[in-house]
Design a protein around this ligand. Sequence first.
Ligand code: NAP
Length: 443
Amino acid sequence: MNDIRDAILADQTDALAGLPVPESYRAVLVRKDEQDMFEGLPTKDKDPRKSLHVEEVATPELGPGEAIVAVMASSVNYNTVWTSIFEPVSTFGFLERYGRVSELTRRHDLPYHVVGSDLAGVVLRVGPGVNKWKPGDEVVAHCLSVELEDPAGHDDTMMDPQQRIWGFETNFGGLAELALVKSNQLMPKPAHLTWEEAAAPGLVNSTAYRQLVSKNGAAMKQGDVVLIWGASGGLGSYATQMALNGGAIPVCVVSSPEKADIVRSMGADLVIDRSAEKYQFWKDEDTQDPKEWQRLGKKIRELTGGDDVDIVFEHPGRDTFGASVYVTKKGGTIVTCASTTGYMHQYDNRYLWMNLKRIVGSHFANYKEAWEANRLIDKGLIHPTLSKVYPMDEVGQAACDVKGNLHQGKVGVLTLAPEEGLGVKDAEKRKKHLAAINRFRGV
Ligand code: NAP
């Protein structure tokens, strides 16, 4: 592995084709024999530091249409938190089901699950039938894994019945020194970014793009008022940038003055600190308080000069969903991709049907949407948000930070890269965007 790392660090990526692929590599994984380790514990007491291990694993065989990538950096997404606490289900069930699809996918059904749905690195080998990429190419990977053998996936690859999130519903993810991806997950690494900056946006940036911008999501347009929950978080920090870039009016919800400063530094003026406002949308486990929804609506009108919300960018789920449906204006859209605080939502349906509102489900992004989202990063129109970077051996702590909502933006992880700040290939372009990059990296 050292030869590979040295060749990349010395900018001799052409040499990679001539180096042997190591038989094993270090990877972040959960173990099947530990999938019941947190049984009976409340979610808050389930500790990713106990379940995430860094171990040497065998390099998988390379199949047709696939690539093995030497991973320089990765990042922690919330899906790694879910895997590490075995909630809402153990991800070994996903691997078992995927293993039953074909002879080739059987490789994924192992007693360990290598996690991670982002990477920045260099292609080491490509399998038969891969023409677009070659060893030595500097890449990032999006996390959509599809088989594309069914007509349903050919208008919008997210509709493929065999659609999976790589590193969550498949094995051999990006939190590792090597990763196995389908070649149609690969995209060019933006040359002005470091490895850890390039590895940060992938999953959340693509998800926010489909959810907010794409016609498959809310199809945001200029002037739309967009309520963004968790506006300084993983998804939210990209949604905020997209709303600002697209001429929309983001109303950013955060939970502290520090987070309010972060979204202000991104250029958002309309900010609600939900902790300071002390919203109590739920009176008890079963009862919501419409007066609190109204209080949020009033606050939004105060900030917007009387406008209601065209689009709610939803992901907290149970805690906020009733309020989100209420504050959306007549004909508006609540677009949701998650339920962090609980997936059994309750809302007052009278507000939805009488006011012709739409609830739209959104999940990750197709290849085209992911490519467009990466293009925005490459053009310097969207910047990576990264609050902290950990070495791979401290990935448990990195996942704890995300689980505990102690982070802002994304949390990065160095895999083969020995330190932060490496991998920039276009110094001129970086110079042009440096002020913005630093501002967003500061989050
Ligand atoms: P994140 O970085 O943890 O950000 C989520 C933000 O939500 C937090 O920063 C927090 O911000 C806010 N939040 C948490 N609890 C809340 C509550 N009770 N009420 C209001 N706001 C609350 O996570 P993320 O990466 O953005 O992901 C968020 C969720 O989306 C996760 O469940 C993740 O699994 C899911 N997700 C789904 C997809 C998909 O394709 N379907 C893709 C990416 C992520 P404040 O504390 O500042 O308010």
